[in-house]
Design a protein. Structure first.
Length: 368
């Protein structure tokens, strides 16, 4: 790749639908755009795999050399990550026209922000199960010395796969950095990098960051999922409240278990030293909660005509089938629990009594 500081070529043309990009990828459509890049749905012309093409876009971006350097660094950092909960990078580079690009796995899904806007606040157990996957992604990143710095609802993708719902991919490492180099932006004269509403107090103040900074953002992510609202309606007030350590109890109006409330409150401590030491510690704190049945999920009832009723909790993809007369098998996915009440004895005992009396009468007649 050419030297970044010497790159003075004019802004290259962005790809359009139908283009053959970087020799191997057919551009199918535009998926979205960010501050410094556009993301396209692409098709590898060899193996026919659909991919997400992220192309650096300098239009309207100040400090282009800084954003260009970040784009390159993002690819380098993601390439180190292997967690199934983190988006996978297949390739990156610069094409003959001078366009920087990343080729990532394409996962049809919807962000947490979009899902909450559609469905409203999540139940406690659904929130915990999603959080656990996000934390698994961060656990690996932190162990490899990488800090995400922009955990928020729009950067977490939810999708269904192989019958499992609410699978997670952590996206957008565009402002990620090495844990031992979190002061780089300060040296550039940029004190704050990220999304203020979801930043930790130390990140807002341009201080040295550790894993606890990402974990603070995870706490705010949990609040968003459980309340259906961003933690702070006014970002300016959010900055002041967090820096002053006066955010209050953000889950006060939500009915949740004491264990989860304590976990979230600890994640949101103003001092990084008072939070959990790492993602693994948070996972351990919520592990039991993640295995509980979801009592807030919609129930699935058996159609009329069956001699018993059932309901499934925590299984949006539950299936049922009749395997024989008066027999029902529940196939429940995602660790949900099936509750099948016993038959009402008042319904069947008269029939059993009638059969017994009939047999006795026949026996008496035959004896005569």
């Amino acid at each position: 790749m050419s030297n970044l500081s010497s790159h003075t070529a004019p802004r290259p043309r962005l790809p359009v639908e139908g283009d053959l990009f970087a020799g191997n990828y057919r551009v199918l459509s535009l998926l979205g755009a960010g501050t410094s890049s556009k993301v396209y749905l692409g098709l590898h012309t060899g193996n026919q795999r659909r991919v997400a093409l992220k192309v650096f876009d300098m239009a309207g971006v100040e400090e282009r050399s800084v954003w260009r350097e970040r784009f390159v660094q993002e690819a380098e950092l993601i390439a180190e990550l292997r967690s199934t909960y983190t988006v996978t990078l297949y390739d990156s580079g610069e094409d003959p026209e001078g366009r920087l690009y990343q080729v990532m796995e394409y996962v049809p899904g919807i962000t947490i922000e979009e899902r909450v806007r559609q469905e409203g606040a999540f139940s406690e157990i659904r929130t915990v199960r999603i959080l656990r996957q996000v934390l698994e992604s961060l656990k690996e990143a932190h162990l490899r010395g990488i800090l995400h710095r922009d955990i928020k609802p729009s950067n977490i993708l939810l999708f269904d796969e192989m019958g499992e719902v609410d699978c997670v991919k952590v996206l957008d490492f565009g402002v990620a950095t090495r844990l031992d180099d979190t002061q780089t932006d300060s040296r550039r004269g940029e004190l704050v990098v990220g999304t203020p509403r979801y930043m930790s107090p130390e990140q807002l103040q341009g201080g040295q960051l550790g894993a606890a900074s990402d974990l603070y953002s995870v706490g705010l992510l949990a609040v968003f999922m459980m309340t259906g609202e961003h933690p702070f309606h006014n970002p300016d007030l959010a900055i002041e409240a967090k820096v002053m350590g006066q955010i209050g109890d953000l889950t006060a109006d939500v009915e949740i278990s004491p264990r989860l409330k304590n976990t979230i409150n600890r994640l949101l401590k103003a001092s990084a030293s008072e939070r959990y030491p790492d993602a693994a510690a948070v996972i351990a704190a919520i592990e039991t909660l993640a295995k509980l049945p979801d009592t807030h999920a919609p129930t699935v009832e058996i159609p009329s005509g069956f001699p018993m009723t059932a309901e499934v909790r925590g299984a949006p993809t539950a299936h049922y089938m009749q395997t024989g007369e008066a027999t029902l098998s529940m196939l429940v996915k995602n660790g949900a629990s099936a509750i099948i009440p016993a038959k009402n004895s008042e319904t069947w005992w008269p029939w059993v009594l009638a059969v017994v009396i009939g047999i006795a009468l026949i026996a008496v007649l035959l004896a005569l």
